[in-house]
Design a protein around this ligand. Sequence first.
Ligand SMILES: CCCCCCCCCCCCC/C=C/C(=O)SCCNC(=O)CCNC(=O)[C@H](O)C(C)(C)COP(=O)(O)OP(=O)(O)OC[C@H]1O[C@@H](n2cnc3c(N)ncnc32)[C@H](O)[C@@H]1OP(=O)(O)O
Length: 754
Amino acid sequence: MAQYARNAAAVAVIRLRNPPVNALSLTVLQALEDGLKRADADPSVKAVMICGENGKFSAGADIQGFSSPKRQGIALGPLVSLIERSEKPVVAAIEGIALGGGLEVALGCHFRVAHVQARMGLPEVTIGLLPGAEGTQRLPRLIGVPAALDLITTGRHIPATEALKLGLVDEVVEENTVEAGIRLANKLIASVSLENVSSKENRELCKHARILTGCPAGQPLGPRRLSLKPIPRLPNMEAFLSEALVKVKKQARGCLAPELCFQAVKAATEQPFADGVQRERELFNILLTSGQAQALQYAFFAERAVQRWTTLSGASWKSASPQPIRRAAVIGLGTMGRGIVTSLVKANIPVVALEQDVEYLNTGRKAVMLLLEREAMKMGQDAQSLDFHNPARLQFTVDFDGLRDVDLVIEAVFENMALKKEIFKKLSGICKPGAFLCTNTSALNIDEIASATSHPQQVIGTHFFSPAHVMRLLEIIYGRHTSPAAIATAMQLAKAMKKVGVVVGNCFGFVGNRMMFPYVQQAVFLLEEGSRPENVDQVIEDFGFKIGPFRMSDLAGLDVGWRSRKGQGLTGASLPPGTPARQRHGRRYSPLPDLLCEQGRFGQKTGKGWYQYEKAGGRTARPDPWLHSFLSEYRDTHQIKTRFIDQEEILERCLFSLINEGFNILAEGIASGPEHLDVIYINGYGWPKHKGGPMFYASTVGLPRILAKLQKYSEAHPDVPELRPSAFLKKLVAAGNPPLKEWMSCSGSQSSKL
Ligand SMILES: CCCCCCCCCCCCC/C=C/C(=O)SCCNC(=O)CCNC(=O)[C@H](O)C(C)(C)COP(=O)(O)OP(=O)(O)OC[C@H]1O[C@@H](n2cnc3c(N)ncnc32)[C@H](O)[C@@H]1OP(=O)(O)O
């Protein structure tokens, strides 16, 4: 709702109220409209001020409402116009946030005062929409086309100080914003009422008020009505717009909203306000009914849903309390360790960084300092807070004794169980009993690592993604003995590092990599059968992934998987003699990646992998004729008939096998809902956000279709268990293909009963 109150000095105050963020629901909009009409009808009201309850102006339209049959958006544009047309001055007092429709309401107001800590933005593009309450037409008139285009197509939030520089707000205050708004409203009242009074003193006062408000005599509000303002012209508008479109398209990578945002702003430069609004509505409607908006809005809520974690044994976010982390340590300053140290420093957590010897320590120290300097450059003025040259904030050591008083340790040495256990045994003896012991692993068994310590309840997996100071995902893995406090603390740590933590159970590869195995496996099988790496990558990148499986493998290094397969006895010296080349444990196996590694083709680092590169460490992947003939010879050797594989089969075999594993994971209770899998894939594996994550995508394709396709591929490849449809998928299809929200109630896993 919105609360209406009268101020003694003839200012009506309308306070938007819809906790926690004053989202604009139908009820709020109705109350706002009622308040405006009431103020208009009351002759004793001379000005209106709009603010938000609890220190927040508004986070914009209620996103839930976009998927409900009664779409509230429709009502917002006319309401903003109603505010703007008011004959009584309307002031927006912006505290906390004014986002999306919230900012559009403020743009309808004649004056905007913001608290210095407020943030503003039009983030609709991030949920697949555009500012559909006339914002694409008003904002360019107020701050110019380049700045408006930037805000609208990126959705970035800006601080009040930047908003002031852009002219988005009239005043920034450090004191109580509502009082500042009322004060301004009173001055505006004085400006209007003094207009017709002829004493010299009043004329002076009036002049002062006009300077303050920028309103010429006789037209107190005209210039403040943004719909009446012309668009500030650029000398080279056409050239500017064509360049901007190229940039927007490049960044959008198949996402529709940024380009339609651009079109709406372009309409503002070409058409009168009313026609621009009409165009905005048409474009908004296209987006609203596009599957992309639904996917992006699902992703928004999924990211929030995973904060409410639960475990199979019944622990949950509701009852577990995070412990404060006053000081942390990182063991190992390889690529991952360096990124983790950087993330901790950025989160203002003092860090002790440990390496095995002075030589490694010095190399690691240099690399960390370089990363931090780059981060500081990006942060500009705020970089002072990093203070990373201060030993109290960041310390380097080779001495485990330096870890005695830390609250949390993140071990980030390479993936070797024996080494990790040795380190955890040491930590168990050195660290204080309450210290949390985290292991950065992408697949290893948390329980086995914990067994090396005397406090297994303190041990938890924290799977960071590379580069760790950039990637948002943190997979948090609880073992059999991990305490709820350890989980809550890891989640809190993720938040402090501005990452999204997702709690999952302990199994080989956890969630992300476990689902990745069948996907990569299918990609390699497709090469055996007739595809080339560039064909497979193209299909996956056209789908929207940032990078296909072979380019990804070259980037990560083929030797990583090779080492792991050798460790598992799948290849190398420990492979029993007589093992068939393309079979392991009765299942189909492709030795192709092993053969490439045996040739020293580790990917980008060696200049050759699935592709060729300009040099070792090069980044431009080019199809490699050597690899093409190698594949032909391989097929001849193994008597595989080369066939043409179409895009549909490539996409389905790669993605449906990944999704199939997702259903197995859900059935086992390794993750407590499909949202977890989707958040992991969007934030850690480059799944296109506008396709909502693999499980959401499965729901849009339709589970019966996925099942039928898996059945077909499984029949064609009976020696590939990963293509055999998951029992849970079959169950859901038998249950009538329920919506994603209802899947877990059919799972029968314990987590669904919590
Ligand atoms: C048939 C159709 C015809 C169409 C005709 C054309 C007419 C056109 C008119 C259309 C007009 C519409 C135009 C306007 C569109 C919009 O405004 S879209 C919304 C834009 N706003 C946003 O995207 C902001 C989203 N929110 C955030 O970024 C953050 O939540 C925050 C506000 C910055 C706060 O962050 P933080 O403090 O970290 O808290 P959170 O955990 O994120 O959020 C707290 C809870 O609040 C919920 N929430 C947040 N924002 C919204 C929202 N806008 N709507 C609904 N709910 C919201 C969030 O989910 C959290 O909930 P819980 O998890 O339950 O706690």
